[in-house]
Design a protein around this ligand. Structure first.
Ligand code: NAD
Length: 293
C-alpha cells in the first residue's frame, strides 16, 4: 500500500514525538521533528537513536536500517521547517491551550493540502479541529507508548474529517506496519477510557492505604496477568498525562466516577511525573526503581 505522503512533520520531540519520528522514518518517510528548543530536539533525537539500538540488539533491525532511517530525520525549532510536510502529527504536551497555540503558530506555514493530526490521548478531535484552518483535513492518529514496540494506532474522526483524509491516514498507519482501530470522538477514545480510570483506581487504592506501591503492582501483575503494574505503568505514561486524561474524562462525561485521585494531583504538583522526571510512584535515580511510598 502507498500513500501520497512523502514528508511527515512531528510537533513535540518528547516520548511520543520521538517514537512517531522513529516509526515514520523506519516506514520510509522523510521526517521533520520540531520542538521549542534545540535542547529538546536533541534529546528527542537521542531517544530515536536509542530506540534503533534497542531494536538492533533485539535482532529486529540492521545497522544499515538505522543509518538509512536516521538520515531521513531532520530536527527543527522553526515552524517554517514544517512547510514541506504532507502530514503533520502534533505530539506536544496534553494541554488543550498548548495544542491550540501550536495550531495557530504552524498552520500558516503548512501546505493547504497537508493533513494535520493530533496524537492526543483524550482531547476532543472535533474541538481541536475547529481551532485549525483545516477541520476537514484534521483527525486523531493516536499511537501507543512506546511507539517502536506497540502495534496499535487508534484513528479518531472528528465531525468534519473528510473521507479522503481518513482513508489517507489509514494507508499511512498501514505502511508503518501498525494495526489500526477506529474510535468515535468521545473523551479518551477506547484504550485510555478503560486504562486510565484503572490507573486512577490504583492510585486511590494507594491513597486509601489498601496496599503499598509494591503490593498494588505485584497484585495486578500476578493476579491479573498484566505485564506491568498500574503504578509502574502510570510512571511510564507520565503522571501529568494520566491526570490530564482523568480531567478530560471528568469534564467531558460529567460523571464523578472519573474524579482524579488527590494523590495523583499531589504527585503532579510536586513535579514527580514518573520516569521522565526521575521520580513518580517509584524513584528511578538509583540502580533499581524504589517505591516512593
Ligand atoms: P512529553 O512531555 O514527553 O513531550 C511533550 C513535548 O511537547 C515536549 O518535548 C515539549 O517541549 C513539547 N512542546 C510543548 N509545547 C510545545 C510547543 N508549543 N511547540 C512544540 N513543542 C512543544 O509528552 P508525551 O508523553 O510525548 O505526550 C505527547 C502527546 O502524546 C500528548 O498529547 C499525550 O497525551 C499523547 N500520548 C502520550 C502517551 C504516553 O504514554 N505518554 C501515549 C499516547 C499518546
Amino acid at each position: 500500500m502507498t500513500t501520497g505522503i512523502a514528508t511527515v512533520g512531528v510537533v513535540g520531540a518528547g516520548q511520543m514525538g520521538s517514537g512517531i519520528a522513529y516509526a515514520a522514518a523506519l516506514g520510509g518517510y522523510d521526517v521533520v521533528l520540531y520542538d521549542l528548543s534545540a535542547d529538546r530536539t536533541e534529546k528527542g533525537l537521542a531517544t530515536v537513536v536509542k530506540s534503533f539500538d534497542r531494536q538492533i540488539a533485539a535482532g529486529n533491525l540492521s545497522g544499515a536500517d538505522k543509518d538509512a532511517a536516521l538520515a531521513r530525520i531532520r530536527v527543527a525549532t522553526e515552524v517554517e521547517a514544517l512547510a514541506p510536510a504532507d502530514l503533520v502529527i502534533e505530539a506536544a504536551t496534553e494541554d488543550e491551550g498548548v495544542k491550540r497555540r501550536i495550531y495557530g503558530a504552524i498552520c500558516p506555514s503548512l501546505k493547504p493540502s497537508a493533513i494535520l493530526a493530533s496524537n492526543t490521548s483524550s482531547i476532543s478531535i472535533t474541538r481541536l479541529a475547529a481551532a485549525t484552518d483545516r477541520p476537514e483535513r484534521f483527525l486523531g492518529i493516536h499511537f501507543m507508548n512506546p511507539v517502536p514496540v506497540m502495534k496499535l494506532v487508534e484513528l479518531v474522526r472528528g465531525i468534519a474529517t473528510d473521507d479522503e483524509t481518513f482513508e489517507e491516514a489509514k494507508r499511512f498507519v498501514d505502511t508503518l506496519g501498525k494495526v489500526m482501530t477506529v474510535s468515535e470522538d468521545f473523551p479518551a477514545f477506547i484504550v485510555n477510557r478503560i486504562l486510565v480510570p484503572m490507573i486512577n483506581e490504583a492510585v486511590y487504592t494507594l491513597y486509601e492505604g489498601v496496599g503499598s506501591v509494591e503490593s498494588i503492582d505485584t497484585s495486578m501483575k500476578l493476579g491479573a496477568n498484566h505485564p506491568m503494574g498500574p503504578l509502574q505503568l502510570a510512571d511510564f505514561i507520565g503522571l501529568d498525562t494520566c491526570l490530564s486524561i482523568m480531567q478530560v474524562l471528568h469534564d467531558g462525561l460529567s460523571d464523578s466516577k472519573y474524579r482524579p485521585c488527590p494523590l495523583l494531583v499531589k504527585y503532579v504538583e510536586a513535579g514527580w511525573l514518573g520516569r521522565k522526571t526521575g521520580r513518580g510512584f517509584y524513584d528511578y535515580r538509583g540502580e533499581t526503581p524504589v517505591p516512593t511510598r
